[in-house]
Design a protein around this ligand. Structure first.
Ligand SMILES: Cc1cc2nc3c(=O)[nH]c(=O)nc-3n(C[C@H](O)[C@H](O)[C@H](O)COP(=O)(O)OP(=O)(O)OC[C@H]3O[C@@H](n4cnc5c(N)ncnc54)[C@H](O)[C@@H]3O)c2cc1C
Ligand code: FES
Length: 279
């Protein structure tokens, strides 16, 4: 699918719904979309508005969106059934610099639903479409039940270096009965992994506090500021640099980002909260 007029949503049918955890579901839409990983689409439902959602599927494949129910639009989406329609505009924004990292080490640091925007890169690397010297995924969730893409994590671990941790072992009743994996916040994983900082590109996505500490950790490991990239989340309306809703430091997060290097963001007149005091 290529959306022609970027103002007009294109209809897309919901082909599959997978429950990742009670509040977060993955919707596969029946239309493929070309994009750069890290970009997002605006999904709409008449009467409920529009919301930016990261693209979780590799480019050219049926569009996969992993959506947490937080309010009006996302609530209405969770009430939709297979076979019903939604509107899609996009893709929008600047994605990850993952191509530049080929031949070197790619370190992905993701927290919670922040795994969605790096999923296309992991999937392409797993299938051999991207070639890294090493691909390390450090992924953390608050509790075992909140881990996304559980089957994918097991599959990816067969070829890639996958490290998963949870803040605490127990949680809601859907948690696996026994969690015998790691516990601790995702930045604890830095102690376990060894990488050459000058040959590493780090892509970070998750809650603001996690991005703050992950960036600090990467800097202290010696990764250069222009090799650390974050995906910033801000309130958006138009998604394409017109309304000004998402502005920070003179940049439009929707159009100039959502992906920015730490080097770039630290030069803005208004430093994003995520990076306050990191360097
Ligand atoms: C680039 C980008 C990519 C995103 N990708 C995903 C994704 O893959 N999956 C996903 O579930 N969510 C994602 N989000 C967040 C998602 O867009 C919001 O949760 C959604 O807009 C909420 O819409 P709503 O109508 O359901 O909620 P509303 O009824 O509008 O709001 C419900 C609550 O959520 C808060 N809220 C709304 N939007 C945001 C926001 N952008 N940041 C912080 N708080 C917000 C509101 O202040 C309010 O408290 C992304 C956001 C951005 C900017
Ligand atoms: S959302 Fe309108 S300018 Fe970014």
């Amino acid at each position: 699918m290529k959306t022609g007029n970027i103002y007009i949503p294109k209809p897309a049918v919901i082909e599959k719904v997978e429950v990742e955890e009670p509040e977060t579901w993955t919707f596969t839409l029946g239309t493929p979309l070309e994009h750069t990983p890290g970009q997002f689409v605006e999904i709409s439902i008449p009467g409920y508005g529009e919301a930016p959602i990261s693209i979780a599927s590799p480019s050219g494949e049926k569009l996969m969106l992993t959506v947490r129910r937080t309010g009006t639009l996302t609530g209405a989406l969770h009430r939709k059934k297979v076979g019903e329609m939604v509107g899609i505009r996009g893709p929008f924004g600047r994605g990850w610099p993952h191509q530049e990292a080929q031949g070197e080490t790619l370190l992905l640091v993701a927290g919670g639903i922040g795994l969605a925007p790096v999923r296309p890169i992991i999937e392409d690397a797993y299938r051999g479409r991207l070639n890294y010297e090493r691909l390390l995924l450090l992924y953390g969730a608050r509790e075992p039940a909140l881990l996304l893409y559980k089957k994918d994590l097991d599959r990816w671990a067969k070829k890639l270096e996958v490290f998963v941790t949870v803040d605490r072992k127990n949680g809601c009743e859907t948690a696996p009965k026994v969690w015998d994996g790691r516990t601790g916040v995702v930045t604890e994983l830095f102690k376990e992994v060894d990488f050459s900082p000058g040959r590493t590109w780090a892509l970070v996505c998750g809650p603001p506090i996690m991005m703050h500490f992950a960036t600090k950790g990467l800097i202290s490991k010696g990764v250069p500021l222009n090799r650390i990239h974050l995906s910033l989340e801000r309130h958006m309306k138009c998604g394409m640099g017109i309304c000004g809703h998402c502005q920070i430091g003179g940049k439009y997060v929707c159009k100039d980002g959502p992906v920015f290097s730490v080097h770039e963001a630290l030069s803005w007149r208004e430093i994003p909260d995520e990076l306050e005091g990191v360097a």
